[in-house]
Design a protein around this ligand. Structure first.
Ligand code: K1U
Ligand code: ZN
Length: 173
């Protein structure tokens, strides 16, 4: 297992539409394992392949928050949104590619997704609460969309400038 480097916004790879995974190969299994460990290490509740520079359509998530509950690592390959609720909900979002910046984003309250699992089988599930927010946030990453794209231009520019400064500082260290 290797911890992968997480790309920081602005990076052109975070703005691109990813290509479908062609086969659920052992390499994809190893990538998913690295992504899960990178996500837990960060720590985060989700991570999409483009955030580690892999331009393919998969993401991982585990939104179990309580230490009393068993972990629920999920790997979604070639996910599709099959249904969203009319009802919306607003949650604070963060992003491992935009460290220490948080903002409220309004999205469908419930989302149903279909995807390929590491077992090569099709799975379908309805997500709610943090799982729904996270699944939609990660799905957006596969289409080159970031949570700051839901904000007004001034707020987005302010966050982007902070990230440019952070990247300059990190490059100096
Ligand atoms: O895609 C990412 O960058 C991961 C992101 C997912 C996400 C979180 C919250 C709302 C929407 C999307 C994160 O995991 S940010 C870190 C975070 O929110 C968190 C970290 C530890 C425990 C709980 C949350
Ligand atoms: Zn993110």
């Amino acid at each position: 297992m290797t911890l992968r480097n997480i790309l920081i916004h602005p990076d052109p790879r975070l703005k691109k539409v990813c290509a479908p995974v062609e086969s659920v190969s052992p390499e994809i299994g190893a990538l998913a394992e690295d992504m899960l460990q990178t996500m837990y290490d960060a720590p985060g509740v989700g991570l999409a392949a483009p955030q580690v520079g892999v331009m393919q359509r998969l993401f991982v998530m585990d939104c179990v928050k309580s230490d009393d509950e068993a972990a629920k690592p999920m790997v979604l390959i070639n996910p599709e949104v099959t249904w969203t609720s009319e009802e919306k909900s607003t949650h604070e979002e963060g992003c491992l590619s935009i460290p220490d910046q948080f903002a409220e984003v309004t999205r469908p309250k419930l989302v149903r997704m279909r995807w390929l699992g590491l077992d090569g089988k099709t799975h379908e599930e309805e997500f709610d609460e943090l799982w729904a927010t996270c699944a939609q946030h990660e799905f957006d990453h596969l289409n080159g969309k970031l949570f700051i794209d839901y904000l007004g231009v001034m707020k987005r520019q302010m966050i982007t400038r902070k990230m440019e400064k952070l990247k300059r500082e990190r490059a100096r260290d």
